[in-house]
Design a protein around this ligand. Sequence first.
Ligand SMILES: Cc1cc2nc3c(=O)[nH]c(=O)nc-3n(C[C@H](O)[C@H](O)[C@H](O)COP(=O)(O)OP(=O)(O)OC[C@H]3O[C@@H](n4cnc5c(N)ncnc54)[C@H](O)[C@@H]3O)c2cc1C
Length: 596
Amino acid sequence: MTGYDADVVVVGFGGAGAAAALSAAEHGVEVLVVDRDTRGGNTALSGGSLRLRPDVERAARYLSTLSLDRKAAAVHRSMLDGCRDLGGWLVRLGAEIEEMNDAFVTNTLPRVLASPYPTIAGSEALGPRFRVRGRDGQSGGDAVWELLRDAVLRHPRITVRTPAVAVELVRAGQGRVDGVRLREADGVHGVRARHGVVLACGGFEYDRRLQQNYLGFSLPAFGWPGGNDGSGVRLAQGVGAALWHMTSIASVLGYQLPGLEAAVRHSMPDLGYVYVDQECARFVDETGVDFHAIPMDLLRMNPRTFRRDRMPSFLVFDEATRAAGPIADTYLTPYRDEFRWSRDNRAEIERGWIAAADTPRELASTLGLDPDALAATVERYNAGAAAGADPLGRAAADMRPLRGPFYGVALWPCLINTQGGPRRDATCRILDPGGEPIPGLYGAGELGSMWTQLYPGAGNLTEAIVTGRTAGAAAAAALAPPAGPAPATGTVTPAVTDALAAFVADLRAGDLPETALRAARRCVLDQLGCAVFGSTLPWSALVRDYVRDEGSAPRALVWGSGLRASATLAALANATAGHAFEIDDLHAGACFHPGR
Ligand SMILES: Cc1cc2nc3c(=O)[nH]c(=O)nc-3n(C[C@H](O)[C@H](O)[C@H](O)COP(=O)(O)OP(=O)(O)OC[C@H]3O[C@@H](n4cnc5c(N)ncnc54)[C@H](O)[C@@H]3O)c2cc1C
């Protein structure tokens, strides 16, 4: 490996980075993982829920409706296939896996619905949620993280280097990404990657400028302050990557509290509560809408005032609910080792985080709201609760008149994670704006996620590990390892493919004898004729539809149609058409297909 620091360099040591490193190492290459710290990113703070048993065909249709992104169909499919393989892989790493029971859905407020977007058919095809049981009884993302981290740390072919912040990608000849510049304690150093670099360094939960540019606002986040700062987006842009899904986020409600940079998650112990906007009006069925979907109602812009006047909104709850349990989940935050929310919310009232008052009017004054408006809203809600009827559709069984004293706190849509980043294909190669892979560059995890506006839950962590595995394997295979056993006779390795491609790329017509040129011309003509006929066959039409759906830059002609696509996609369609009715593979003497 002279001149190289590793075969594969992985930027980011969260779930995606750990999975990428393990997968690359499983393919026999040397891996270097770099991160600014060792806390495990969003992965370690997550709820830890995973999808391991989707019904692939139906789930693919569901995802295509959910995402509204037809370019992502192949990416969805690859992720769903990867889900089915994921449980077995985690078990081989030593995981104990359990299905999350129904109590998770029924006992959580706001609710985690089995079908977050009930008007879109097919959500059940994603299958149940699963989680990893931790050694010390944890069952959140910390259990997943510890499993992956420990497997990485004990792997003989993986080296972890921290603290090391990736500041720039380095390109070699022909534009191949072959290294990263790292900022470390003693200065900036370059590390070189023989096969390629995997970007697995999370989203832009802590980059307000990127959020303002793409979302139109910036939000508090649940992740480690200073962790995912959008550097993955900038690194990829620096080498010409296309971006996608930059306006999409996963969000749930939370609190922004004085002295805490990260948000704290909202979670209710009982039913005595409502949400109101800045005019003190209720706006959503607080218990009947999935917790991932409720933030959409807070994010909207008021079409009359052109203000986002539900940011923040306010949680108003009553005495019985205060006494029933904490209104926050401090386990899924960076502060879980520093403090736990008090069981009766008293400590937080004393700290001034929660406003308390005997009447809705007094509460409104403390929160800076209109006292008459809040009093009227509580009165209307209580009358509806007594009658079992709610104009917003809250179920009668979920309503109970609010009784004082009353409590209130500002409520924000908070970032679980952003979804945007460099666009990748089904094998996790990062693409340029023309849809062509940037050689040597791979992406995984929430950076450039496949998820878009409608996030169904338990999707990002699963995607992080699945795409990490895919990216690690693809990077490892980009070139043959320099050492190791010789390939078996007849095996085509990537190194042979590279050598063949380089030979063809360098070849000039003048280098060839006339007889070879004549034979080549006849072969090209033969291939073209076969392809023109082959393009009329149904299986060629399927591939052509796929190429059209991928929507790449119109650079090369797809034979037998007026369609233009990127060179690689056009080559796929044309090669399929050329081989659609050929019988060359049947003649033993003429058999040249590398797969034979
Ligand atoms: C509170 C919370 C709950 C969640 N619950 C769930 C859930 O239950 N199910 C689910 O599917 N998803 C959940 N998610 C989302 C999910 O956890 C993440 O999207 C996923 O884990 C992301 O994994 P990742 O490896 O892509 O990023 P991360 O795990 O965030 O790792 C990225 C790493 O990159 C490092 N890094 C960033 N920039 C650089 C740089 N320039 N140089 C070096 N290192 C860098 C960071 O330090 C970090 O360690 C939750 C997220 C949060 C915050």
